[in-house]
Design a binder for this molecule. Structure first.
Ligand SMILES: Cc1cc2nc3c(=O)[nH]c(=O)nc-3n(C[C@H](O)[C@H](O)[C@H](O)COP(=O)(O)OP(=O)(O)OC[C@H]3O[C@@H](n4cnc5c(N)ncnc54)[C@H](O)[C@@H]3O)c2cc1C
Length: 287
C-alpha cells in the first residue's frame, strides 16, 4: 500500500524503523529482529540503506520479507551518494519488482572508505526524488531536520532547500530525532509558513544505552534537554533501568505529540522488538 493512502486515513499511526545487516553473516539475526518488530503489527515500517549502498540487497530483502510475511507496508530507504543515474533506475526497478511502493529518497553521506568525488550524478536528495517521480509508481518521502541539517548554513536556508525537495516529488517528510517536542512544534510552524504542506512525521528515538545518545548527538548535533540528560546520567550504570527509562521518555514524547494533534509518529526502534513492545504496551489505550 502507498504511504500517502495510509497517512490520509483518520487513524493515528505508529511506525518503526529497522536497519539491515552490513555483512551477510549477520543476516539471520537481523532478519529475526526485524520480523520481531513486524509481528507486533505496526502501522508500517521503514528499512534503512547502508552508507553508499552497502546494504542495498539486504534492504530490499528485509523490506520484501516484512511485507510478504506479515502484511506490514514498508518504505525502503535509498541514497544517491556515489550512485549513478543508471544504478538508481535499476534500484527503483528492483523495488517495484519486489512489491515495494514507498521509498525514502535520501542524499546520504560520503562513506568512510569512498575514494574520489561522491556527488557526480546527484548532489542533493531533491534530484533523486525528481528522478524517482519521473519513473512513476512510487510514493516518495524525504528526510528533514527540526534543528537544521549539520551542513546547512542556517535553519531558514535548510527549510528553503526542503521546499525544493517537496516540489521535486516528496509526498511526506520524516524528521531526524529530537528530544524536546517544542523544537518539533516550532519547526512545523516554520515549515508550514514556507508553504510546505505535506505530512511531517516526527521521528522519535528511544535511548536505551548512554552510548546511543552520544552517537546521536555526534552525528546530528541534536539538543539534549537537562531533564533527559539527568535521566541518562542517573541510569547509565544500570542497563535494565536505562532501557526502561528510555522507553518511558520516548513514550512521554509520543503522548505529548498526539495530545498536540500530531497523527503520525515514527520510532527509530533500532532492531529491538522489546523496545517496540514496551512502547506499544504503554500506549495500548491511546492508539
Ligand atoms: C528520517 C531519516 C532517515 C535517514 N535514513 C538514512 C539511510 O537509510 N541511509 C543513510 O545513509 N542515511 C540516512 N539518513 C541520513 C541522511 O542521509 C543524512 O542526514 C544526509 O547528510 C542528508 O541527506 P538528505 O537526504 O537529508 O539530503 P539533502 O536533502 O540533499 O540535504 C543535504 C544538505 O544539502 C542542503 N541542500 C539541499 N538541497 C540543496 C540545494 N538545492 N542547494 C544547496 N543546498 C542544498 C540541505 O540544506 C542540507 O544541508 C537519514 C536521515 C533521516 C532524517
Amino acid at each position: 500500500m502507498k504511504l500517502n493512502e495510509i497517512l490520509l486515513k483518520d487513524d493515528v499511526t505508529l511506525s518503526f524503523e529497522v536497519f539491515p545487516p552490513k555483512v551477510t553473516a549477520n543476516y539471520e539475526a537481523v532478519k529475526e529482529a526485524a520480523y520481531g518488530v513486524a509481528k507486533l503489527k505496526p502501522s508500517y515500517m521503514s528499512v534503512t540503506y547502508g552508507a553508499g549502498g552497502s546494504t542495498r540487497g539486504n534492504t530490499l530483502k528485509i523490506a520484501k520479507g516484512i511485507q510478504d510475511t506479515y502484511g506490514v507496508t514498508t518504505i525502503a530507504h535509498l541514497t544517491c551518494v556515489g550512485a549513478t543515474k543508471e544504478g538508481i533506475r535499476q534500484a527503483v526497478m528492483d523495488m517495484k519488482e519486489a512489491g515495494i511502493e514507498n521509498v525514502l529518497a535520501l542524499r546520504g553521506d560520503r562513506p568512510k572508505d569512498f575514494e574520489g568525488e561522491p556527488f557526480t550524478d546527484y548532489h542533493y536528495a531533491s534530484e533523486l526524488a525528481a528522478d524517482i517521480r519521473e519513473f512513476g509508481g512510487m510514493c516518495i518521502g524525504g528526510a528533514c531536520y527540526p534543528e537544521g541539517h549539520v551542513e546547512s548554513e542556517n535553519t531558514h536556508q535548510d527549510i528553503l532547500n526542503l521546499k525544493k525537495k517537496v516540489d521535486a516529488g516528496c509526498e511526506f517528510l520524516t524528521t531526524q530525532m529530537f528530544f524536546d517536542n517544542n523544537i518539533f512544534y516550532n519547526f512545523l510552524c516554520r515549515v508550514r509558513e514556507a508553504g510546505i504542506d505535506v505530512p511531517v512525521i516526527p521521528g522519535i528515538m528511544p535511548i536505551t544505552r548512554p552510548a546511543q545518545l552520544q552517537n546521536a548527538v555526534k552525528l546530528s548535533g541534536c539538543n539534549v534537554p537537562m531533564r533527559f540528560r539527568s535521566i541518562v546520567d542517573c541510569f547509565s550504570d544500570n542497563p535494565e533501568a536505562m532501557q526502561q527509562a528510555g522507553i518511558i521518555y520516548a513514550t512521554d514524547q509520543i503522548i505529548d505529540l498526539i495530545a498536540n494533534g500530531v497523527k503520525h509518529v515514527h520510532v527509530y526502534s533500532m532492531n529491538k522488538p522489546e523496545v517496540v513492545k514496551g512502547i506499544q504496551e504503554s500506549l495500548s489505550k491511546i492508539i
